[in-house]
Design a protein around this ligand. Structure first.
Ligand code: ZN
Length: 83
């Protein structure tokens, strides 16, 4: 009886370790590949403040415009100039 419980416990621990390792490794690997894009990245400028930033980091707004942050995307393009 104790052997059976021990076996079940070991199996559960191994399964937890396996799934945790698999999920963690996959997530970190995916994040690394997304973050470290090899080669030059296309640069875009924020439609609100004009800040230049890599396109993968930019937020896409209406009309294909890019923004540096959620707040600037909410504020919209061209705050300086026409109101
Ligand atoms: Zn901005």
């Amino acid at each position: 009886m104790i052997k059976l419980l021990l076996t079940i416990a070991i199996v559960v621990v191994v399964l937890m370790f396996w799934f945790g390792k698999g999920r963690g490794g996959g997530a970190s690997q995916n994040g690394a590949t997304r973050r470290r894009t090899p080669g030059p990245q296309p640069m875009v400028s924020c439609a609100h403040c004009g800040l230049h930033l890599p396109q993968p980091d930019a937020l896409e707004g209406e009309g294909g415009r890019h923004y540096c942050s959620v707040e600037h995307r909410r504020l919209g393009p061209g705050s300086n100039g026409r109101s």
